[in-house]
Design a protein around this ligand. Structure first.
Ligand code: ADP
Length: 252
């Protein structure tokens, strides 16, 4: 496993008066899968959204501490948020393809970032769909609406759309919770392939999923990072009593 690509240092987040993240210190290694687990409302999504600055546009949000991406603080005033989101992409709970063709969905990001050449776009679309294990399924229907494919395919298309701008980190917020078991297994297989090149951080309330796919797991509770370790260690031999209570189903 490589070095830390993301480092949180005493990260705190308040929504108005409510403190949703409490002194989070966490180093996330590159080219691996890190799962964030914990009961509903513990701050998992809030933490994930901090990583590509999806929270600080909300009026009542206050963030202190630092969040380093490859050593630079992404909350520095000079940070270019558009560029940051190219490097740290996000896939949401519900597949959200744009109401346009499969091709245009994948070409959307590259076009925004200035790619105009048709053959260049064609090759980005093919490469991204291949990386998302969708090319063989969809190559004959690139002009069809993205809304005409299955939910599982739509979610992999959203992953392809994210890959098309060549991110380094992919944030996934419950990416399989709206999918059936077969589509879920495909997403998990895809994650295992993608971690060869990308850093993946996944929020999931599904502990089995975290245990199946991740290299490391972070357990959050009421805004605090309670335990963070190799997944096998955290599930088989947790250090903290509250981690043990949660993973054995005593609460949550
Ligand atoms: P999780 O992802 O673990 O379910 P969240 O990060 O969504 O938890 O929420 C953490 C806490 O922050 C909860 O108490 C939630 O109600 C609160 N919260 C989340 N989003 C907002 C928001 N936009 N405004 C105010 N409070 C929020």
């Amino acid at each position: 496993m490589g070095g830390a690509i993301i480092q949180s240092r005493d990260l705190n987040l308040h929504y108005g008066k409510a403190r949703a993240l409490k002194n989070i210190n966490m180093d996330i290694p590159e080219r691996s899968i890190t799962a964030i687990i914990g009961p509903s409302g513990c701050g998992k999504s809030t933490y994930l959204r901090c990583l590509n600055r999806m929270n600080d546009l909300l009026p009542e949000v206050r963030i202190t501490g630092s969040l380093l991406f490859k050593g630079r603080n992404i909350y520095d005033p000079g940070e270019d948020v558009v560029e940051l989101r190219k490097q740290i992409g996000m896939v949401f709970q519900k597949p959200n393809p744009f109401p346009m063709s499969i091709y245009d969905n994948v070409a959307y990001g590259p076009r925004i970032h200035g790619v105009k050449n048709k053959s260049e776009l064609d090759s980005i679309v093919e490469k991204s769909l291949r990386q998302a294990a969708l090319w063989d399924e969809l190559k004959g229907r690139l002009r069809d609406s993205a809304l005409s494919i299955s939910g599982g395919q739509q979610q992999r298309l959203c992953i392809a759309r994210c890959l098309a701008v060549e991110p380094e980190v992919i944030l996934m917020d419950e990416p399989a919770s709206a999918l059936d078991p077969i589509a879920t297994a495909k997403i998990e297989d895809l994650m295992r392939e993608l971690k060869e090149k990308y850093t993946i951080i996944i929020v999931t309330h599904n502990m089995q999923q975290a245990a199946r796919v991740s290299d490391r797991t972070a357990f959050f509770l009421m805004g605090e990072l309670i335990e963070y370790d190799y997944t096998k260690k955290l599930f088989e031999n947790p250090t903290n009593r509250r981690t043990e209570d949660y993973i054995t189903g005593r609460f949550g």
